[in-house]
Design a protein around this ligand. Structure first.
Ligand code: GLY
Length: 602
């Protein structure tokens, strides 16, 4: 049965596990339908009365609608910049680029000019593009640069903290290329809002204030001679206080005046190189001169009547998402219902196999052969699924010998954009860990990334954070490190349907997978799909974690009886910022309630 979606918010869910009324109450109800008999044999679970008060949502937030455009981003001021640009007559690319520069000011934990990212663009005619502006290993980087003479990872986490942790930044070149190719407004107009925010200050949200306070010791440690991101008296920031960034404003103005030259050459470049010299970093002028963002062929795969457009390697996101969807497509997820044991089981088993492939095969396609076509072939996936059984969890050890990049940091940021003509942009960008390497470029006021940690710093062996790597992702000069970022755009019957993405390291892939299915199979609004509780499995370690409250006790009992190690975690999973196009063409923004994320439409 099909779910009726109405903006007036009476969602009648027939033949699935819950009824949604007024976007507020979601109650699992038991359902009996004799046509569902076969799924019972597969372990189909029906919610019982004792679960009637369970809510699948982390919180309930009202959807935001717009007819002329929609932005969903991690900070209200950045989303506002995007909408202002649309109102000035800019298109989705203009809004996206302006918002990225604004995020570098208002969300220094992950917004950046000292990092990199991926952009997926689908124009109003349906043509798709992807831009890779991921950081690169500097030319002086080497395979074992983070290992000591005994081939152990050096103390002090040098791939994570300090000057040696940074890859050559890609954001400024990438954003300039995107704007040059598709933007409508002038570069000066695009940069101005970010300059104003840096110059005049942005009011700190509670979360931003806490983030800066929490990182104070590290800011002082890696920037002993300067006090960026700190109050002059180094007391704690409070919500509502103004963060003014004069040096960053000047650096942004140089980019405004000179484009990429204002970052990769001249004063900013000199400041960056002086900073590298001060802390023993390895980025040189040659690295800056040689950095070029790359347009790549998108990953495009079908799911039923939808087309999924996502990021190719060096992100693992597009291939992984396409594989996941191909594994679960044959199953009646809608009929089984949201977070029932059957639905969850096929999703976990798909994740197990996909993350094993990710570990073995994926890396920078400019350096390693990624068997993209083969990994997405139906026969290949069918073979990988042969050992799946509904009565028992598959043992990860038997899925594939090999190695995998484990939990990555969660501090990345995603934003989604649609303009009134239907041009859509999905961007995920990162410094890697929160506030990157913690090194601020003196005189220019921006943070450098610690993206080198996304390489396998010691292939085949877990690094100091529990990461396990592989040869395909080993460090080579000028190579890009593997990523999980999954900026994605979805079409339905040839028309724009969704814009999706999130931060969250390896949980990016599984979060995008779940939010897509929440809409496509479970009939949720975009805001509900984003609010719905999430789970994550990534092959190794062989366990599933979920946001508290995400499963009923009965489902957990059934899963555990089959051998699944499944436990709740206190931390939330992902921070999705997404857009859904409703049947009448209205845009619905779904911004994650788990943080400051905000959708603004008009
Ligand atoms: N730094 C996280 C990622 O690229 O996946």
């Amino acid at each position: 049965m099909k779910i009726q979606i109405s903006k007036n918010a009476l969602l009648s869910v027939v033949g699935t596990c819950f009824i949604i009324v007024s976007c507020k109450t979601v109650q699992p109800t038991s359902q009996t339908n004799s046509s569902q008999k076969p799924s019972e044999n597969l372990g189909f679970y029906q919610f019982s009365n004792e679960d009637a008060n369970a809510s699948p949502f982390v919180a309930k937030k009202a959807s935001v609608y717009g007819k002329n455009g929609m932005i969903a981003a991690t900070h209200p001021a950045a989303s506002q910049v995007g909408v202002d640009i649309l109102k000035m007559g800019g298109n989705a690319i203009d809004a996206a680029v302006a918002t990225q520069f604004a995020l570098a000011v208002v969300h220094p934990a992950a917004g950046n000019i000292g990092g990199g990212g991926f952009l997926v663009y689908r124009d109003k005619k349906g043509k798709s593009y992807t831009l890779d502006y991921r950081e690169k290993a500097p030319e002086k980087a080497s395979r074992d640069m983070y290992l000591d003479e005994n081939k152990n990872v050096k103390a002090g986490q040098p791939s994570w903290y300090g000057h040696t942790a940074s890859g050559t930044p890609g954001s400024v070149d990438g954003l300039e290329q995107a704007h040059k190719r598709f933007g409508k407004l002038t570069w000066q107009q695009i940069l101005q809002p970010a300059i104003d925010l840096a110059e005049n200050g942005v009011k700190l949200t509670m979360r931003e204030a806490r983030g800066l306070n929490r990182t104070k010791v590290e800011f002082l440690k890696y920037n002993p001679t300067k006090k960026y991101f700190m109050k002059p008296d180094t007391t704690d920031w409070k919500e509502g206080e103004l963060l003014i960034q004069k040096d960053l404003a000047k650096a942004l103005r140089r980019i405004q005046e000179q484009g990429r030259k204002g970052f990769y050459e001249g004063e900013t470049a000199q400041l960056l190189l002086a900073e590298m010299k001060r802390g023993g970093g390895i980025i040189t002028q040659k690295d800056l001169d040689n950095y070029k963002a790359t347009w790549r062929e998108p990953i495009v795969e079908n799911y039923k009547n939808m087309k999924i457009i996502s990021m190719p390697p060096p992100s693992s996101g597009g291939i992984a998402l396409a594989q996941l969807l191909k594994y679960v497509e044959p199953y009646p997820l809608q009929r089984w219902g949201w977070h029932t044991d059957s639905t969850t089981q096929v999703m976990i088993e798909a994740e197990r196999r996909v993350f094993a492939d990710r570990a073995t095969w994926l890396g920078d396609p400019d350096f390693v052969k990624v068997p993209q076509k083969e990994l997405l072939e139906t026969n290949y996936l069918k073979k990988r699924w042969e050992d799946f059984q509904f009565d028992q969890a598959t043992d990860s050890k038997k899925v594939k010998a090999g190695t995998i990049a484990g939990y990555e940091s969660v501090e990345t940021t995603h934003s989604s954009f649609v303009d009134k003509e239907g041009n859509a942009v999905s961007i995920t960008t990162t410094l890697n860990n929160s506030y990157g390497s913690k090194v601020v470029v003196d005189g220019a006021g921006f943070l450098m990334n610690d993206e080198m940690d996304d390489f396998s710093i010691k292939p085949g062996v877990p690094n100091s954070y529990g990461l396990i790597g592989n040869e395909a992702n080993a460090i080579v000069p000028n190579k890009r490190m593997l990523s999980s970022m999954t900026p994605t755009i979805v079409e339905e019957n040839g028309k724009l349907k969704m814009v999706l993405g999130t931060p969250g390291g390896s949980t990016i892939i599984t979060s995008v997978f779940q939010v897509f299915l929440n809409v496509a199979e479970h009939g949720m609004t975009m805001q509900q799909a984003v609010d719905a509780l999430r789970f994550h499995h990534q092959w190794l370690p062989d366990r599933t974690t979920f946001e508290e409250g995400g499963f009923t006790e009965q489902t957990l009992k059934r899963m555990r009886e089959k051998g699944y190690k499944i436990d709740s975690q206190k931390n939330t999973i992902g921070r999705m910022d997404c857009i859904l196009v409703l049947p009448d063409g209205t845009y619905e923004g779904g911004a994650d309630v788990r943080a400051d994320d905000t959708a603004v439409g008009y």
